[in-house]
Design a protein around this ligand. Structure first.
Ligand code: URA
Length: 433
């Protein structure tokens, strides 16, 4: 089988056979197929798409290209959650312990920040001592004992996707629904959970800019997981507005603690409740109403926060930081951004706000750059809020004094204030099951 013919078939709009897809994935992972041929195929897929069977085969082949985590010792109780990426998205830190406190087994591999979006591993590393790498036996033992362990993605998880994603990133071939769906799902399936809840973000701060695109991606990913006999749901949720009141690593850990202590941003709590309830419904077969009730009880009783403390300590983190959050190092500079006019906040450019977080030090401008865990943004006013001239819109936290002026100006530019109140925005658009 020649790579030339595989590219030609896709260029001509033909579906690729299973053998062709597996030949490509195996050959590309082994280094036998050069990047120029792989990028030609990726571009042909961008133009001509892939049907459900091709997408499922591509996912399966990439999933099998490296390690597959064996969680079979936990039966049907393992549950994973994946967000397609957003700004201020700290939901894994909140839903993980909630679900673990209610009998779910959360054996999770998470990523680092990417572009303007944050990553769970970076957030967890703001807790002194927390280990984001564990030997496999310790990982399994912790899930057995505490119900939750969250580590970074192992280097050999879906290496075919790692290679192809890096190539797509530089050849303008990221924006293809089957390529995105297979890329995300190959990693999730290799991570081994029987149940998977996907949070597909839609809006200016997300990959998928429109609700229609988000729903289509959700349908494709759900179909792939089902073809691999996993239980799956996808919540399509709003990312036109940053999630919660904090953007940046330590600030988001503090916000997660607040939510688990029954305080914090109601909209963030509502999303976490919906995600955790969906995870528990898949694990235990509970009705959505019963799951939601149990989730609320776990937060209000303190059981979920107690589970978070156990989890963080088990993974080497200093638990004293969670009970006394003033121990977290603060940024050297805090600077308010005030409104120059009064009115209603009609729009927030979530992507731009994520970029401002990166400028302040909360994310990486270059691969491998160190993160400033204390850097970030506390949002005081959000879309729909009424503001007067002089009101504080946000507080910037940074150790880079030289970027404060530019960050303030950029933050103001990211906020649209108008006279009339805007239409309320839904938090949850739909659930694809
Ligand atoms: N995230 C991934 O892991 N892969 C994509 O293709 C897009 C987003």
């Amino acid at each position: 089988m020649r790579m030339y013919d595989i590219i030609r078939h896709k260029r001509d709009g033909l579906p690729l056979s299973e053998a062709e897809i597996r030949c490509f994935v195996t050959g590309y992972t082994a280094g036998d197929i050069p990047d120029y041929q792989a990028s030609a195929l990726a571009m042909a897929i961008c133009f001509n798409g892939m049907d459900a069977a091709e997408t499922a085969t591509l996912t399966d082949a990439m999933m099998r290209s490296g390690d597959q985590v064996d969680l079979s010792c936990f039966g049907a109780y393992t549950v994973d959650k994946h967000s397609t990426g957003g700004v201020g998205d700290k939901t894994s830190l909140i839903v993980g312990p909630i679900v673990a406190s209610l009998g779910g087994k959360v054996a999770k591999m998470s990523g680092r920040g990417l572009g303007h979006t944050g990553g769970t591993v970076d957030k967890l590393e703001s807790i002194p001592g927390y280990r984001t790498e564990l030997p496999p036996t310790d990982f399994i033992a912790q899930v057995e004992q505490i119900g939750i362990a969250i580590i970074g993605q192992s280097a050999n998880l879906a290496p075919a996707d790692k290679k192809l994603y890096a190539l797509r990133d530089v050849t303008a071939t990221v924006d293809s629904m089957p390529l995105i769906a297979s890329s995300i799902m190959s990693k999730k399936l290799a991570a081994g959970a029987h149940n998977i809840v996907l949070d597909v973000k839609v809006g200016n701060g997300a990959f998928m800019k429109t609700r229609e695109q988000g729903e289509e991606l959700a349908r494709q990913m759900v179909a792939i997981a089902k073809s691999c006999e996993r239980q799956v749901s996808a919540l399509v949720t709003n990312m036109h507005v940053p999630l919660g009141w904090a953007v940046g690593n330590t600030l988001e850990v503090l916000e997660a603690v607040e939510i688990l202590q029954g305080k914090g941003c109601p909209r963030l709590r509502q999303l976490c409740e919906a995600l955790a309830a969906e995870m528990l419904s898949l694990c235990h077969g509970w009705t959505p109403e019963h799951s939601l009730q149990k989730v609320k009880e776990a937060i209000d009783s303190g059981a979920a926060f107690a589970r978070m403390q156990k989890w963080i300590v088990a993974q080497g983190g200093d638990g004293a930081y969670l009970t006394d959050t003033t121990r977290f190092p603060a940024a050297a500079v805090t600077q308010d951004v005030v409104a120059q006019t009064g009115g209603y906040i009609a729009d927030m450019d979530a992507e731009q706000i994520g970029n401002i977080g990166v400028l302040l030090g909360a994310g990486r401008r270059q691969k491998g750059e160190a993160i400033d865990h204390a850097a970030g943004i506390r949002l005081w006013k959000k879309t729909g809020d009424c503001v007067c001239a002089g009101d504080c819109l946000a507080t910037l936290h940074t150790n880079r004094a030289d970027v404060v002026g530019a960050a303030q100006a950029a933050y103001r530019a990211a906020i649209t204030i108008q006279d009339a109140p805007p239409q309320a925005q839904p938090l949850l658009y739909t659930i694809v099951r």
